[in-house]
Design a protein around this ligand. Structure first.
Ligand SMILES: Cc1ncc(COP(=O)(O)O)c(C=O)c1O
Ligand SMILES: N[C@@H](CCCC[NH3+])C(=O)O
Length: 423
């Protein structure tokens, strides 16, 4: 059950009316449900329980310190892609010894920081990176724990801008090259090969890509073990899809069905890096209608949220449900459906770009200046990808827990936007 529900003609997050949060904190406002975050994490933990997985919540999806603390307290580990994200995990009180670190361009400073933080392993994406980790580990007198990130050449049928596991993507390395590097690791006293890593893309709405990847992983693990490696980790990355339109997202148990048997066959430990699955439907973006206008035969709903707050529609043509916070009509999570009394409109923002929109030709009830809108499924890749373009302050964020709520990031100010600049 969603924890964003209409009751008495208005939207609630758990037990708190969203409009009440806006009265206190203004718009644009990100609102997160703690219950949803915990339930989604628990879904994955339960679905994969048989192989006792290490769930590394992907910080890039939403790295707010309070969310990281919620995840850490619930037993989650973390997947990071920069020194900054590792720093966040540490500042949130997270256990850095359970961190996996991916990314094609780790700098020496980031590698050193990760080794000092005693992370679980690096997901190594090139030979040059392997050499850098070895040299820095040698200098520090430690052993660098590494997993080789493979490009399994599996088509996960994601948006072209979010595919990662197909030949020709910048991520990871071909399986053949990784085999050569595995030999190199074996001969290097400053490195220890812990496992293999793959991340196929995001979001993935079928299980088949995982089934294909696991099959390849089993063979690679067998090959490395034959050569004398004591590897015991298969990390299958993130990518589990969610429902943006209605109920297209699969439950974690479906992914588990194709992954768990392979992990057991390989006699490995499983790491996963879910981001969107946990955070995506745990958050909404609340905005306020500034004006409406009719031009060129179209109705435009202009509201105060923009691509600077949520760039996904501009960047990937992503679909997000949009609905008034106060409404006698409850679409029950079916954001595409056309209802009586609705009219097609474009929901756009104030940013000076034509791609600054949240919905196009969307059937919506009548709204007017001052009304609040909820942009659904905005908890992942929302605030983390926000910017100050057009000198727009970043939105505030609130975390709801039952009847309680806390401001977990205050709204930026104009002064803060220019604070690092000099005349
Ligand atoms: C290496 C890696 N792990 C995990 C993730 C998280 O993906 P998702 O949020 O789709 O679970 C990503 C992003 O796509 C990634 O690049
Ligand atoms: N940021 C993307 C997905 C890419 C995730 C990182 N590899 C999104 O909003 O859907």
């Amino acid at each position: 059950m969603s924890h964003f529900q209409y009751q008495n003609d208005e939207l609630y997050c758990e037990d708190v009316p969203v409009a009440q949060l806006v009265e206190e904190f203004g718009t644009p406002l990100y609102v997160y449900s703690k219950k949803t975050l915990l339930e989604k994490l628990n879904d994955i933990q339960t679905a994969f329980a048989e192989v006792e997985p290490v769930i590394c919540y992907s910080v890039k999806a939403n790295g707010n310190l309070s969310l990281l603390k919620v995840m850490n307290d619930a037993g989650s580990s973390f997947d990071v892609v920069s020194g900054g994200e590792l720093y966040r995990v540490r500042e949130a009180g997270g256990d850095t010894t359970r961190v996996v670190f991916a990314g094609v361009g780790k700098t020496d400073a980031e590698i050193r920081f990760a080794l000092e933080s005693n992370i679980l392993m690096f997901d190594v994406e090139s030979e040059a990176e392997l050499d850098a980790i070895s040299a820095i580990a040698a200098d520090m007198g430690v052993i660098g724990p590494v997993a080789l990130r493979l490009n399994p050449d599996v088509d996960a049928k994601t948006h072209s801008k979010t595919t990662t596991g197909k030949k020709g993507n910048k991520f990871g390395m071909d399986i053949e090259r990784a085999s050569e590097l595995a030999k190199k690791v074996l001969a290097d006293p400053h490195l220890a090969l812990k496992g293999i890593h793959m991340h196929l893309g995001s979001p993935i709405l079928t299980t088949d890509p995982y089934a294909q990847a696991v099959k390849k992983a089993i063979d690679v693990v067998a090959e490395y073990r034959n050569e004398g490696h004591e590897i015991d980790w298969i990390n299958l990355g993130g990518g589990f899809g969610i429902s943006y339109k209605h109920d297209e997202g699969l439950p974690a148990s479906e992914y588990a069905k194709v992954i768990v048997p392979g992990v057991k066959e390989a006699k490995c430990r499983l790491a996963l890096e879910p981001g969107r699955y946990i955070a995506g439907n745990s958050g909404i973006l609340v905005t306020q209608v500034v004006f409406t206008k009719r031009e060129g035969g179209k109705l435009f709903i202009i509201q105060d949220g923009g691509m600077t707050d949520l760039v996904r529609p501009a960047m990937y043509d992503s679909f997000h449900g949009v609905w008034p916070v106060k409404s006698t009509l409850d679409p029950q999570g079916n954001w595409e459906k056309e209802h009586d009394g609705c009219e097609k409109a474009d929901v756009v923002g104030p940013v000076c770009e034509s791609c600054d929109y949240f919905a196009k030709d969307r059937s919506l009830p009548p709204v007017e200046r001052g009304d609040l809108l909820s942009i659904f499924s905005a908890g992942a890749y929302g605030t983390v990808m926000s910017s100050n373009y057009n000198s727009r302050p970043r939105a505030a964020e609130v975390l709801v827990d039952g009847k309680e709520y806390n401001l977990i990031r205050r709204r930026e100010t104009w002064e803060e936007i220019i604070a690092h600049e000099k005349v």
